[in-house]
Design a protein. Structure first.
Lengths: 272, 385
């Protein structure tokens, strides 16, 4: 078998490498899922604007051949809204970590979903604040040990997909880095969707979450653990919610249509 | 006026009006080409949002009432980078929240206009207490342009000019409004659309291969490239080189901030256009900005009637500091009086420029009420003794 060059290398910035992801980090996989989805859809990253805030996942756009906004924590949704209102023709994709989307940016997230802003949001949920050294996040499982919950976390985590659904997102799905084919399919559906589309990808952080919460820095063990914790939506629906409280329920939760956001007030004279 | 020079569906309401200050701010924005506004309710700035929600859709623009002020400032920077002429407005407590986003707009050079209708902490009384927060509020090094209107006419004129300065220097420009003028009504003359100069977004002629997003001459301003057209620009708050690549080389960092600060500081003589009233032969020169210009001018007239040679330097841009114009105005004076509605903040800048050559007195008032002309005149007489 001959060695092949990375088929989507044209979508990666020449001056972007080496990347700063830790060995075994799931962010590289998510970047790959996204580029494969674009490839299969015939979409070019150069025709889009991709947004990252602050965090490991927020770095994904700056390795891509695309226009990117980067470097502010938690404000990806306001950026995306301002851009989409001004350039409705252009696809806008947000890459956010769980901290960016749900902690500091939680309020913006629910309002962007409520408004049904026509953007795609890929949330890389690695269950902790990884870039800063492995602190507890709103997604950290109950009782998990992190750098700021040395005796275990006392806080119940958010379910991002439930919150997105309740807030009004029109496409919502959750997969993991152990479910590449399904994740690519979900990103493709999200990119083709008109309206606020959310794909959550549970991702391994061997450096921090792996070492502190799972007792191993092995990426393989982290991915195995994620896989073991995952239950398909169809199966979870038949189970007692308490039984699945600590699991990652995977699958598609919402795929619907309603009017997208074009500003806070209805204006009938717009076509004059 | 629209970017193509036309006046669609009454973007510029030419004629004579008796208008509320906040409405005049909104109309000035429209005349300056504003086509995106995001705001969040706060008194005494609400009438700006309300007017924009009514007027922007009429001219094909976008109005959003966001979930908070952080939404406002980041939606504005996002819209700006996508090509819009964007504005937000708030009052002091909300202006706190803008600070985070102002730092981003400075670093990626996103033109935008920010209105702060200053109010006292916790109440809607008159103040100029944010004059330092406007200059020094966000993290990191920067220079910024702050315009201080003193009347309904100037709220219109300065807001329109703020859009031009924002485009010329690729920077946030702050319009420093106040409770006093924002909730006052007086005459407003709106010229015809073709009499209002509008600076449009400057886009590169270069192809994606040749274009460098942050390359500019010394203290200069780079051209934009449109989003989603293969130019692949990274707009990051992180230190970036001329190509836009994130780069922590100390030389890159220093070069970036030399240009970001220099492009404004080195053009202060063009940006600042202060006006002198009876300064040439004045023994006592008052320096004032914003609504305090009004009683200060009355006080100068009262002093002149009583044979005291007083004059007034009225600042239009308070930041960058018009250093040479202030130095020139005080060069022949025996004393300077800094007039402001706070505990005495901009007076420090005036003292710095005086550097002990001319005594700088302070006529400050920090009780939620504008100075009366008599109060300022009393200060003049005390200095005159």
């Amino acid at each position: 078998m001959s060695l092949k060059l990375y088929p989507r290398r044209e979508s990666v910035r020449k001056d972007g490498l080496p990347h700063f992801f830790c060995p075994g980090c799931g962010c590289g996989q998510v970047l790959n899922f996204f580029l494969r989805a674009c490839d299969e859809l015939g979409m070019k990253t150069e025709d889009m604007t991709c947004i990252g805030g602050v965090g490991c996942a927020a770095r994904i756009p700056i390795y891509l051949s695309t226009d990117a906004l980067h470097g502010i924590h938690g404000r990806t949704m306001p950026w995306a809204t301002g851009i989409k209102m001004t350039r409705p023709d252009m696809p806008v994709v947000v890459f956010a970590g769980d901290g960016d989307a749900l902690s500091i940016g939680g309020n913006h997230f629910i309002h962007a979903a409520r408004r049904n802003v026509d953007v795609t949001v890929i949330v890389v949920n690695n269950l902790n604040f990884a870039m800063t050294g492995g602190q507890v996040a709103p997604t950290t499982p109950l009782t998990a040990t992190t750098m700021t919950t040395p005796y275990g976390s006392s806080e119940p985590p958010f379910d991002l997909c439930k919150m997105a659904e309740t807030s009004g997102a029109t496409y919502v799905s959750r997969w993991t880095t152990a479910h590449g084919i399904q994740a690519i399919r979900a990103i493709k559906t999200a990119m083709q969707h008109t309206g606020f589309s959310v794909v959550e990808i549970i991702s391994q952080c061997p450096t921090h979450y792996g070492r502190y919460a799972l007792g191993s820095g092995s990426p393989e063990k982290s991915v195995e653990w994620i896989k073991e914790q995952s239950i398909p939506r169809t199966r979870a629906e038949k189970m007692d919610p308490e039984e699945t409280a600590l699991n990652f329920v995977i699958g598609e939760f919402v795929n619907t249509q309603r009017p997208v956001f074009w500003g806070s007030t209805i204006y009938d004279g717009a076509e004059e | 006026m629209a970017s193509d020079g036309s006046n669609p569906q009454g973007r510029v309401l030419s004629g004579v009006h008796f208008m509320l200050g906040n409405y005049a701010t909104a109309e000035g924005a429209l005349a300056g080409g504003c086509d995106f506004f995001a705001g969040y309710p706060i008194t005494p700035a609400n009438e700006i949002s309300e007017r924009m929600s009514h007027r922007l859709p009429e001219v094909g623009g976008t109005f959003i009432q966001g979930e908070d002020e952080l939404f406002s400032i980041y939606a504005v920077t996002g819209a700006s980078l996508a090509g819009a002429k964007a504005m937000t407005a708030t009052a002091s407590a909300g202006f706190n929240h803008f600070q985070e986003g102002i730092g981003y707009a400075v670093a990626v050079e996103a033109p935008c206009v920010i209105v702060d209708v200053q109010r006292c902490r916790g109440e809607n009384f008159a103040t100029q207490a944010d004059v330092m927060q406007m200059r020094w509020g966000t993290d990191g090094d920067y220079e910024i342009i702050v315009l201080a209107p003193s009347s309904i006419q100037e709220l219109f004129d300065y807001t329109a000019r703020a859009f031009n300065l924002a485009e010329e220097y690729r920077t946030p420009v702050i319009v420093m409004s106040e409770t006093t003028i924002s909730l006052m009504r007086e005459r407003l003359d709106v010229p015809s659309a073709d009499e209002i100069a509008v600076v449009n977004r400057r886009y590169t002629d270069l192809s994606p291969g040749e274009y460098k997003p942050f390359a500019a001459p010394e203290y200069g301003v780079p051209d934009f490239a449109p989003l989603g057209k293969g130019y692949n620009t990274i707009y990051s708050i992180n230190p970036h080189d001329e190509e836009g690549s994130i780069d922590w080389d100390p030389d890159v960092y220093e070069r970036m901030y030399d240009r970001l600060t220099g492009k404004i500081a080195k053009h202060r003589d063009v940006i600042c256009q202060p006006r002198s009233y009876a300064v040439d032969d004045a023994d006592i020169v008052l320096i004032a900005y914003g609504s305090e210009v009004r009683p200060a001018l009355d006080a100068v007239e009262m002093a002149r009637e009583d044979g005291i040679a007083a004059g007034l330097l009225k600042l239009d841009a308070v930041w960058p500091v018009p250093e040479e114009q202030i130095a020139a105005a005080m060069s022949k004076a025996k004393a300077v009086i800094a007039v402001e509605m706070n505990i005495g903040k901009y007076a420090n800048e005036i003292e710095r420029i005086s550097a002990g050559r001319v005594p700088v007195h302070r006529c400050t008032k920090n009780r939620g009420i504008i100075h009366s002309p008599e109060e300022i005149y009393r200060s003049i007489k005390e200095v005159w003794k």
